[in-house]
Design a protein around this ligand. Structure first.
Ligand SMILES: *[C@@H]1O[C@H](CO)[C@@H](O)[C@H](O)[C@H]1NC(C)=O
Ligand SMILES: *[C@@H]1O[C@H](CO)[C@@H](O)[C@H](O)[C@H]1NC(C)=O
Ligand SMILES: *[C@@H]1O[C@H](CO)[C@@H](O)[C@H](O)[C@H]1NC(C)=O
Ligand SMILES: *[C@@H]1O[C@H](CO)[C@@H](O)[C@H](O)[C@H]1NC(C)=O
Ligand SMILES: *[C@@H]1O[C@H](CO)[C@@H](O)[C@H](O)[C@H]1NC(C)=O
Ligand SMILES: *[C@@H]1O[C@H](CO)[C@@H](O)[C@H](O)[C@H]1NC(C)=O
Length: 576
């Protein structure tokens, strides 16, 4: 007990309030639709994760590399402490100028790898603008078969010819924009400080980027649109100085087997380090890949040790002496806190010059060719798993997770620590061009089996153990390993393996943009039966998370074992 106390004193309480899995998925999804190789998708999504992990990695006084060193400028790239729309627009506009500058620099040097890393890191901030704010609540939804993603921030600004005031006159609801707030507008904008409720967790706060949070799907759709918009602009800025760089990035492959292995390792670190974070380490939730319930300190210790010692061609881009992110951080996106204030009142004012310039460089989502936005989401929602007792000798404590492949494009759900039976919140989403018809889906139930490993398969069908089926996106019919229409909580599909292991889920499709806009008198739909957590009805805070919190005793037992492993690994000399 004494050693646990000592360790806690050394660790900054986390700020890791947000899940990393949705960032990873939406980034790779947009790139897949844009025609980037799977390896390029991995580079860019790992760079996206670095923006999180280096931003708040706790270290033991710089002496023990449990996690890599904290990089302060990356901590500034998460839309923290944007107290109102003026802060938000100043901040996002500076980020546009910085990103354009950085991307043009990499493109002019023909540095494809740096270009991809900049894409991954810069889009992270822009995803946060929508996913970690009340943006989704400021928009209205009226139809469960589509998301009402119409105008992004820069679409509004473009219409207003770059004038923030004109934008707010036309869209007064945007005055209410805010991200999470730490203390008050005069306090530092960083979020490394312990002791206050910051990003929120799975029960409260402003974050939306976990399926257990209200309005998750709306925020995800907005951030998907933002990712599409951002990457289209980054590509254009790069092409202006180097016509080949985008095609080179799309075709990118590792130079050799070493690079290939390093890339896979870093992608797996993103998954493992994120899912295994625990409440004990971070003072918040058990797991930060996709929702609560995956925390496992043994895995955390092993995977962070591996990550921090990995020294790959990608980590070197971030931690070396000439870091790839440097131009993104110059000047600070928070520059307006010093440079754009009313001299009398001290209020932050629109930095109109920066905003106008950023708007002039930006092509908003609404102006992109229709093939960029004519997409629809395929949403596969797993509602239950029940693993047969025949696995008892094979897996002592199951940590099952879903691997869902949509035409070979893969998404991983969070391992549910110590659960043989659960109603998880696994919500696997892939956006497709609307013209897609038959989508081939492969569902594999996996178990982490041992800490820090990709684990073994839990068979959900006879034969190869995976479930294969095809979704007809026009009428929602499934054929193959499961048949019929299963697109709401009222029409769930069940598959059962010969040993009794069973899985329940439904699959639905939703258009990205509603074909008819909403008029002011129309009622907002507050609850869609076919969306993430639809079976819970309207929920406002913690109902999603509570489903696994009841099992937290098992997690606590795991923590004690894991703590000893962690202590052993870092060789910490504890306070005696
Ligand atoms: C959209 O269509 C244009 C013109 O055919 C093409 O160059 C571009 O790659 C397409 N983009 C996407 C995301 O499909
Ligand atoms: C748009 O703003 C620019 C300055 O940023 C100005 O020169 C131009 O006249 C404006 N156009 C319209 C139509 O208001
Ligand atoms: C604001 O100015 C102070 C004093 O020059 C400086 O230390 C700080 O880094 C500046 N902050 C930002 C966000 O530019
Ligand atoms: C799962 O299926 C695979 C492929 O048929 C098989 O090799 C494996 O032994 C099965 N596992 C269990 C635990 O039955
Ligand atoms: C489910 O699919 C059927 C058949 O295509 C369709 O009529 C129905 O509207 C769908 N329901 C939802 C909630 O999407
Ligand atoms: C899980 O499946 C077994 C049969 O394989 C069944 O006896 C048990 O009741 C199921 N558990 C739950 C919670 O439904």
């Amino acid at each position: 007990m004494r050693s646990q106390l000592a360790l806690q004193l050394l660790l900054p309480v986390s700020i890791w309030g947000f899940d990393t899995g949705p960032h990873n998925d939406m980034t790779r999804n947009v790139l897949e639709n844009f025609g980037y190789s799977k390896s390029a998708q991995d580079v860019i999504s790992v760079a996206n994760w670095f923006t999180d992990v280096y931003a708040f990695a706790p270290n033991f006084g710089n002496k023990v590399g449990v996690l890599p060193n904290h990089i302060l400028p990356l901590e500034e790239m998460h839309c923290n402490n944007l107290y109102n729309i003026v802060y938000g627009v100043n901040y996002a506009s500076q980020h546009v100028l910085n990103t354009r500058n950085a991307v043009r620099d990499a493109a002019s040097r023909g540095d494809t790898l740096a270009f991809m890393a900049l894409m991954g890191t810069s889009v992270h901030l822009y995803q946060d603008f929508y996913a970690h704010s009340n943006w989704a609540e400021l928009q209205l939804t009226h139809d469960c078969d589509c998301y009402l993603v119409d105008r992004t921030l820069f679409s509004h600004l473009k219409v207003a010819n770059g004038s923030l005031d004109a934008m707010l006159d036309a869209n007064p609801q945007l005055n209410a924009y805010t991200t999470y707030q730490w203390k008050g507008p005069e306090d530092p904008y960083f979020n490394i400080f312990p002791g206050t409720l910051q990003h929120g967790d799975y029960c409260n706060g402003i974050n939306h980027d976990s399926a257990v949070r209200p309005n998750f799907e709306e925020a995800y759709a907005w951030a998907y649109g933002a990712t599409t918009e951002w990457i289209a602009n980054v590509e254009r800025w790069a092409r202006e100085v180097n016509p080949n760089i985008v095609e080179n990035a799309k075709a990118w492959q590792p130079a050799d087997d070493t690079q290939r292995t390093q890339l896979q390792d870093n992608q797996n670190h993103a998954f493992e380090v994120s899912y295994s974070t625990t409440a004990w380490i971070f003072g918040e939730d058990n797991g930060h890949w996709k929702g609560s319930g995956s925390g496992d300190l043994t895995t955390f210790a092993a995977s962070t040790a591996k990550f921090s010692s990995s020294n790959t061609f990608l980590t070197n881009l971030y931690t070396g002496s000439n870091p790839v992110w440097y131009l993104l951080s110059e000047p600070s996106p928070y520059r307006f806190l010093n440079d754009s204030r009313d001299p009398q009142s001290g209020d932050v004012l629109p930095d109109q010059q920066t905003i106008s310039q950023a708007t002039s460089y930006f092509t908003p989502l609404s102006s992109l060719p229709s093939n960029y936005t004519d997409v629809k989401a395929i949403v596969l929602r797993t509602t239950e798993f029940n693993i047969s007792s025949s696995y008892e000798g094979l897996i002592s404590r199951p940590n099952p997770y879903a691997v869902v492949e949509f035409d070979g494009w893969r998404t991983r759900e969070a391992p549910m620590h110590g659960q043989r039976y659960l109603k998880p919140w696994w919500t696997s989403i892939r956006f497709y061009p609307s013209s897609a018809r038959g989508v081939n889906i492969v569902y594999t139930l996996m178990d982490t089996a041992a800490s820090n490993s990709q684990g073994k398969q839990i068979n959900i069908t006879s034969g190869e153990g995976k479930l294969r089926f095809t979704l007809n996106t026009e009428d929602n019919t499934l054929t193959g390993g499961v048949t019929g229409v299963h697109n709401t909580t009222d029409s769930i599909a069940t598959v059962t393996a010969p040993d009794g292991t069973s899985l329940k889920f439904f699959v639905d499709t939703r258009q990205f943009i509603c074909s008819n806009s909403m008029d002011a008198n129309e009622l907002r739909v507050s609850f869609c039966k076919n969306t993430a957590y639809g079976e819970l009805g309207v929920f406002s805070d913690c109902e999603g998370s509570r489903q696994v919190w009841d099992h937290s005793a098992a997690v606590r037992a795991g923590v004690r074992v894991g703590m000893l492993v962690l202590v052993g690994l870092v060789g910490l000399v504890l306070i005696v």
